[in-house]
Design a binder for this molecule. Structure first.
Ligand SMILES: Nc1ncnc2c1ncn2[C@@H]1O[C@H](COP(=O)(O)OP(=O)(O)OP(=O)(O)O)[C@@H](O)[C@H]1O
Length: 224
């Protein structure tokens, strides 16, 4: 298993009141498995991704990522885990504007100590961004930026890829193309994917999709 979540509870506070956001939530994601995560705005999807990424402390329950129990890991272990085992695609891409596309793609791989020039070239080819390699992020369209962000996340060969509405800024055509490619790439690299989306069409491309509501995950049938 790439990711195991067991009996996770998470409360948030608005300063006065405590609210239970995640309630006894469990999930297991196998290698190469693609999981969709849907749910109303404010239901806790991003918070769940942040907990999986070790970016927020676990209050109660357990998350095990690539064999490491996050609740018992030191800051240094968490940082190593993020560098070496985890890829994250943010909604706003988070590319480094001072680096060329080529250097952005290589960045996370170098950080993980796993830079492989031929893999970077292969990802650029598969994502059809070879002609953009010497350009800088500010000169690219949303769809191009998204493809660069995917190449960057996969260049480090993570065990698990977290994607927070990765197609939120794309039109339906671009979105379908990017998701199909993302699924193909993660499958071919045996990477697990947890993808947050508001789109049933995107969710339909995943192996399984869960709805987050009232702090719990319920599997929803595939809508194609
Ligand atoms: N650190 C925090 N302290 C207090 N409240 C928080 C904190 N983080 C998130 N929240 C609240 O928790 C709720 C869930 O937020 P979250 O961003 O996880 O939802 P979401 O399902 O990803 O929503 P969206 O689909 O709109 O992105 C929101 O009401 C948010 O305001």
């Amino acid at each position: 298993m790439s990711l195991i979540i067991e009996s996770l509870n998470h409360q948030i506070s608005d300063g006065h009141n405590q609210r239970k956001l995640l309630s006894d939530l469990s999930l297991a994601v196998g290698q190469g498995e693609c999981i969709g995560l849907m749910g109303d705005s404010g239901s806790g999807k991003t918070t769940l991704l942040n907990l999986i990424a070790g970016l927020e402390p676990i209050q109660q329950g357990q998350i095990t990522l690539a064999g490491v129990e996050l609740a018992h890991a030191s800051e240094q272990q968490l940082s190593e885990l993020r560098k070496k085992q985890l890829g994250i695609i943010f909604q706003q891409y988070n590319l480094l504007s001072s680096l060329s596309v080529q250097d952005n793609i290589a960045f996370s791989a170098r950080l993980a100590g796993r830079y492989d020039a031929s893999l970077c070239r292969e990802l650029a080819r598969q994502l059809d961004i070879q002609s953009l390699l010497t350009q800088y992020p500010l000169t690219l369209s949303g769809g191009e930026l998204q493809r660069v962000a995917i190449a960057r996340a996969l260049s480090a060969q993570p065990k698990l890829l977290l994607a927070d509405e990765p197609t939120g800024n794309l039109d339906d055509n671009n979105s379908a193309g990017v998701v199909a490619l993302l699924v193909k790439l993660v499958k071919s690299h045996d990477t697990a994917l947890v993808l947050v989306t508001h789109s049933h069409h995107v969710a339909g491309k995943m192996d399984k999709t869960y709805q987050l509501a009232d702090g719990q995950l319920t599997i929803i049938s595939k809508v194609v």
